[in-house]
Ligand binder design. Sequence first.
Ligand code: TYD
Length: 198
Amino acid sequence: MFITIDGPDGTGKTTLAHALAERLQAQGIPAVYTCEPTDSELGQHIREILRKGGYELSRLTELFTEDRARHIRDFIEPHSRQGEVVICDRYKYSTICYQHLQGEPVERLLRLNGGFLPPDLPVILYAEDAGLLLERIGRRGLGTDLFESKKTIEESIRLYRKMPEYFPREQFFYLDATLPREKAVSLLLEEVLKRLQQ
Ligand code: TYD
């Protein structure tokens, strides 16, 4: 089974992804955490480019796309085939959201990314209140990156809401990021178990 967790910054994707993997493992269901950009050389190169700036946007989009294609081929598909639940922290929806916010037309992003393996459970964490997300990001104390201004978060909330329009065949599961963590994990676990039985 292939699960993706996406959403605006500050929604707690990474924590939730790890918590879900632990809960599944506790039930005897093998689960593995992974993320995009990946930890490969290419993924690290992307993170460095994001930090330093000065890149060409269309090139950055292509790098994200290439990193994803390799990730699917070398990690996601082999692990899913072995019967593991693969939990991926950010996926193609991040490219649609963030590279569009940077100026790429959605059509081009969908042309490059639309065909990538549809997850069995694409989760989108959402929050109505951008201010709350910004507060959380501030508390992490890592400094704010490129995408972490209030306006950008508001726009990313709006774009993430539109994902079912861009991917009409994918069965999104929207999860309220402001719920207490245990509650969010339980709701998600319930959904995973339901889809595992389908
Ligand atoms: P990540 O390390 O997951 O950051 P965070 O912990 O804030 O979620 O991702 C690094 C950055 O890469 C993040 O700001 C979002 C951005 N990103 C894109 O712009 N496009 C993409 O396709 C992906 C996967 C990430």
